[in-house]
Write a protein of this length. Sequence first.
Length: 365
Amino acid sequence: MVTSKQAALRQLLESEHGIHLTAYLVNRGDPAGLNLQLADVLKDAYEWLEPAMATDERRRFLEPLESLLLNSRMFEQMTGNIGLFRTRDFFRVLNVPVDVELSCQVATSFHVKPLIRWLQADREFLLVDFERESTHLYFGSMDSFRFVDSISAGDLSLVQADREGDRQKWFNERIRDLTRSTLPTLFLAGDKSEVDSFTRHLSYTGKVQSLDLDQFEQYNVANLCTTIRKLLKAEAKLTLGRTLLEFKFAEEANRTRKNIFQISKAVVQGRVRKLIVTDELSIFGTIDKRTGGIAMHPYDLNHEDDCILDDLAQMVLSQGGDVIIAKRDEIPKGRPILAILDDDGSVLEKSEYLKAFDMLQERFG
């Protein structure tokens, strides 16, 4: 079974209470440079944790990071930037394939805006490659790609009719087993008549798309993967564009909440349908999870402080809402945060501009 990226990161996105250490390292392909960054993170972490932990407790808490500093071979296997996530009973090292800044945060939850931006840009997919005598199944994303399974004519009945029926049955069952928790786009490639035949008998409920093999000078899986990623990248850009447009029209119609204190109260009430926050600004303080009240501070005071924008984004995600991370110049009027509430949705869905945008996307996307 394949697991969606958001489900895989759920423990990080929803973790709260107790001391959380988050660090991001910038990977430029230089292990020695990563070690220097990790040493800086440890220095900052010891300082941040001093008011909250006794010396021995701090050493135990930071021991996994110290061990990583002494044995950093894991870094050699990682092609993207690196996230480190630590609580008293949890430690995770994660390859983060989006831009990050070298940082170390100690708070009551993890710092997740870079992870949300990753989820926003990433797209997962399944690829089925039909050959005359075999069918191959792959699973990929924007930064990974792996073989899952295959079936050949030799695995099936000797009678041609049974072969095709058995292969179709295997295909539907295998896809169903893999996609119980997520429905990535399913791409089909190979002989057009075979693809068309299988498409007619598909039981998959997710999006299905056939690839035109005429565009390939050399037909191979690597080229298929590259083409799929280009298609999904364009799709992600369109999706982001539509969402930014929705916020723009909502702002012009006075249907957004722009005051961070009002937004916080709406978030704890579970009323925020969509939230957009900037990744270019941190607003430090604490949120009362019961009332939504905010205590705002001019800078990160202690281990209980966190970026309020980050905390609000986490809370909305955990409630099933949508969160967009954007640059300030992409957000209407350069605001650091905007929210669309559940009771504002009906007006936006009727927007003729958004309907026109969707029609154009469907026609030319």
